[in-house]
Design a protein around this ligand. Structure first.
Ligand code: SAM
Length: 285
């Protein structure tokens, strides 16, 4: 090996260390691989979802998400809720639309969703198993809703494949409501928490958060971005004021202050972009 290639290799190693130390995780695929537990298999993630019937613990955030998404729904639309989980949101959306199909790859979730359907007596709603990476619906949809779904995939390529699939299931100019957690939102929230001496928000071991910067050109190629909604106000109150208030006790998701945070966020949703949750309203190009 010549001196110049040895130098080249050492420069690469140095660059790699520097980027590991100083770049934000979302901008560094290598660091992201390290942060996310290594070699999580699709089976491990599937088993996780086959083992439970509860999806999101933050109930007030869930309600904010539902009321925001519902603004884009109407009685003429056929809707798909992919990765619908136990069907809690799907049942709520069913009241706004002509018909809605809930699909999820966890048979346990679908069983729980079907039980909800029976209790609700709704007739415009169906639940069945389906994998976003391997699903061919018999019809096209006016709206596809996918909430906290992409973060359960293993790689960025799979996330892109899922988005491509969703695009192909939509009618011309159909809407994709994409509610996910993002690296950039996490970083902003953590920075703000750090200012007040609070630790970073815990990341779920199996989640691969959306890289909003990396995914932007891909999204823009296939969709017109109608709106990007963050709920920084909800997080500022529930993830900063609330923990400071109850310290050293752990904040509870069902605390009254979180309900107040939800009510304020309905009127003033954003605050410093400090929200790990982000909802994209995308119109098919
Ligand atoms: C965090 S839960 C969200 C459920 C629901 N969308 C909500 O917001 O309450 C994620 C759901 O995605 C499902 N899921 C994960 N990977 C999937 C895939 N490849 N295809 C279909 N569903 C999937 C899981 O089984 C789980 O029910």
């Amino acid at each position: 090996m010549g001196a110049s290639s040895v130098n080249g290799a050492s420069v690469k190693v140095r660059k790699c260390f520097i980027s590991l130390l100083f770049e934000k995780p979302a901008h560094n695929p290598l660091l992201m691989k390290i942060i996310r537990k290594k070699n999580i298999s699709s089976r491990e993630i599937k088993n996780y979802w086959e083992d439970r019937t509860v999806t999101i613990k933050d109930l007030y955030y869930r309600d904010l998400n539902i009321s925001f998404a519902s603004q884009y729904l109407n009685k003429t639309q056929r809707v798909l809720d992919i990765g619908c989980g136990n069907g809690y949101n799907t049942v709520k959306y069913a009241r706004h639309v002509k018909e809605i199909d809930g699909r999820d790859y966890s048979s346990r979730m679908i069983k729980s969703a079907k039980a909800k359907l029976k209790r609700s007596k709704l007739r415009n709603l169906s639940f069945d198993t389906g994998n976003v990476l391997d699903f061919s619906p018999a019809k096209k949809y006016d709206v596809v809703i996918a909430e906290r779904l992409l973060v359960n995939l293993q790689t960025f390529d799979q996330q892109k494949q899922a988005i491509k699939n969703i695009h192909s299931w939509l009618k011309a100019k159909g809407l994709y409501l994409m509610a996910e957690a993002s690296f950039q939102g996490h970083d902003k929230l953590d920075e703000l928490r750090n200012t007040f001496g609070l630790p970073k928000v815990k990341k779920h071991w199996h989640n691969l958060y959306i890289d909003e910067v990396g995914i932007a050109p891909f999204l823009k190629k296939h969709f017109k971005i109608v709106k990007i909604q963050r709920f920084g106000m909800y997080n500022f109150i529930s993830k900063i004021i609330h923990p400071l208030l109850v310290n050293p006790a752990e904040p509870r998701f069902d605390a009254k202050i979180n309900k107040i945070a939800m009510q304020i966020a309905e009127k003033i949703p954003n605050f410093q972009d400090a929200s790990h949750h982000v909802i994209y309203v995308l119109r098919k190009k």
